[in-house]
Ligand binder design. Structure first.
Ligand code: NAD
Length: 292
């Protein structure tokens, strides 16, 4: 059983703290919202008067706060965690924040001999309630192992993302994909309905192609990830189809913000002589410019 401090008892934090309590640990909670603290106490937790008070005697100090600025205040301001955190204690920031701030926070804690894991979570408050979050952990492998029993109260999947700061980076990359796909999904279904298609039929069709299955599980492993950019579906043809969709949307008066931006990426590939390559070669083009 561990002594855990939990700071930030909002939509996510309250139920995550409850699941740690149900896992048999002692959880001292702190939040600026008195109702949140009262709910935590009703769940069997105890109450702290400040972040420092919560951290006093805790082996693990978890933060689940809105933004990096608040995480910094809670840790480093007067009555903050570092005033009372014991040497060698472990801070786990599970908030979604800018990874550059994560690096600054980790350095600030290290100067006080406090360890840190960045461990933001995937999925939503529904999975937070049931203890089925996906936890993206960045830190030393031994620290992640030490935290694992507490992580397993909150999530069913704990991924060691490969070192300090990598949990936060993984989370932001993951959310870039899911947030842009959400906007694209909204545009695509709007265009489908305004074209006269039945929405459920359109969803069923797209769930059977790369449109709905996703490129990472279909076209990428089949082609570019194997360094094969011979055309299964040519960039020239993909761009032609994208152009027709943009034309259709203009005819219907349904503007597509994302399609025009994607068209520019295909045009760039054509300009670089890649028109006859597989459409997944867009990735090779960008990777050669910015990674290799
Ligand atoms: P929330 O706004 O519901 O909860 C944040 C809590 O922090 C609130 O209870 C607030 O009172 C408290 N707080 C604010 N300032 C404070 C301070 N100075 N000291 C102590 N407590 C303070 O937000 P949430 O939905 O629980 O999200 C928390 C983090 O988790 C965010 O970074 C969010 O991006 C991330 N996240 C949320 C979800 C989701 O589905 N809601 C999913 C994954 C990740």
């Amino acid at each position: 059983m561990a002594n855990v401090a939990f700071i930030g008892l909002g939509t996510m934090g309250l139920v995550m703290a409850r699941n740690i309590i149900e896992g048999g640990h002692q959880v001292t909670g702190y939040d600026t919202d008195a109702d949140a603290v009262a709910n935590h106490v009703a769940n069997g937790g105890s109450e702290a008067s400040s972040p420092a008070n919560a951290a006093d005697g805790a082996e693990i100090i978890i933060t689940m706060l809105p933004v990096g600025e608040v995480v910094k205040r809670v840790l480093f301001d007067a009555s903050g965690v570092v005033e009372a955190a014991g040497v060698g204690s472990l801070v786990i920031d599970m908030s979604t924040i800018n990874p550059v701030e994560t690096d600054e926070i980790r350095d600030g804690l290290a100067s006080k001999e406090v360890r840190m894991i960045d461990a933001p979570v995937g999925r939503t408050s529904e999975q937070a309630k049931t203890g089925n979050l996906l936890i993206m952990a960045g830190g030393n492998a031994a620290d992640i192992e030490e935290a694992r029993p507490v992580f397993e109260c909150m999530g069913d999947t704990v991924v060691d993302c490969g070192g300090p700061g990598m949990g936060g980076r993984m989370k932001i990359i993951n959310n870039l994909m899911s947030t842009v796909l959400n906007a694209l999904t909204a545009e695509v279904l709007t265009l489908a309905e305004s074209s006269g298609l039945d929405r459920n039929l359109a969803i069923e069709v797209m769930c059977g192609t790369a449109a709905g299955l996703g490129h990472m599980s279909t076209t990428y492993p089949a082609k570019v990830l194997k360094n094969d950019i011979s055309p299964a579906f040519m960039i020239d043809l993909a761009k032609k189809d994208l152009g027709i969709a943009i034309n259709l949307s203009e005819t219907l008066g349904v503007p597509l913000a994302l399609a025009g931006m994607a068209e520019a990426v295909y045009a760039q590939a054509q300009d670089e002589g890649r028109g006859a390559q597989d459409w997944t070669a867009l990735y090779e083009m960008l990777r050669q410019k910015y990674v290799l």
